[in-house]
Design a protein around this ligand. Structure first.
Ligand code: PTJ
Length: 253
């Protein structure tokens, strides 16, 4: 990080994340659009009190059950998650037995290489460096996939995603777990399991839930999934954000 944030600063964690994304742009990993997306996320996180709410924990429990049930889970990585949560996603991938795959909206071969180099620097290989297959019917560059990963995955974890691919993956019969701070966004509205939380809190929480549920067995995981209601999770998240807005002092608006 080129700018040293004093740890005593009241907004320390938020500023460090912001500078990581800024560094990502400088390194050619994150797109400038990723800065805008991050700012949007920050605003929602502010309204959520920058903490994981019970609706996020509940969704993580369901997501953990889905990953434990899955035969071929894949974690999708883009320019923002590569900068913010590479180590957390590597760790989650190992715990969940899931592959990591680069999937970017603003495609460029050199971006894929740079993301892969970052993961290698943390000791992990990643798929999608040179995509060799397509999700037929999806028009954006997100259709470019790795035949060893996303193409025939049965469960895909997406974060900071646009809605098109999520809709497509769900229609293709895959289970989609979305992490997004905006419950009104098309991705969490379309995914079967939506974790409304910051990726930096959500992925470690999800990993903890997998460890907690692992010993319970398939029948218990399936029961969790059968009773899970994503609509009520989205409603609770929207309500928390609306309440957060009401609780803000007037001079903050
Ligand atoms: O690296 P690329 O080329 O694949 O591009 C990635 C971006 C993020 C630029 C692209 O997917 C994009 O434009 O995303 P959107 O449509 O802006 O959606 C991003 C969503 O993620 C928004 O709903 C934000 O509120 C949310 N978000 C932003 N930061 C976080 C977040 N959700 C969870 N954790 C965050 N830290």
């Amino acid at each position: 990080m080129t700018f040293a944030v004093p740890p005593s600063h009241p907004r320390y964690h938020s500023l460090v994340a912001r500078h990581r994304i800024e560094d990502g742009v400088r390194l050619g990993i994150t797109t400038p659009t990723g800065l805008v997306a991050h700012g949007r996320g920050e605003a929602f996180d502010y309204l959520l009190g920058e903490r994981s709410h019970p609706f996020a924990v509940q969704a993580c429990t369901a997501a953990a059950a889905a990953l434990l049930c899955a035969a071929k889970p894949v974690l999708s990585i883009n320019g923002n998650t590569a900068m913010l949560v590479a180590e957390e996603m590597i760790s989650l991938g190992r715990t969940a037995g899931a592959l990591l795959e680069i999937n970017i909206f603003h495609d460029a071969p050199e971006r894929r290489q740079k993301i892969a180099e970052r993961f290698r620097s943390f000791g992990s290989e990643i798929l999608g460096v040179v995509p060799d297959a397509r999700l037929e019917g999806l028009s954006s560059d997100r259709a470019k996939v790795d035949s060893r990963g996303m193409l025939d995955a049965d469960c895909v974890v997406v974060a900071l995603e646009d809605g098109d691919r999520t809709e497509f993956l769900v229609r293709a019969g895959k289970q989609v777990i979305a992490v997004d701070l905006n419950p009104l966004s098309r991705t969490p509205q379309t995914a079967q399991i939506s974790i409304i939380d910051n990726v930096q809190r959500a992925f470690p929480l999800l990993e903890k839930e997998i460890d907690r549920l692992r010993g319970q067995g398939r029948a218990a995981w399936e029961a969790i999934l059968a009773s899970y209601d994503n609509r009520s999770i989205l409603r609770a998240a929207e309500e928390a954000i609306r309440n957060g807005l009401q609780a803000l002092p007037e001079d903050a608006l």
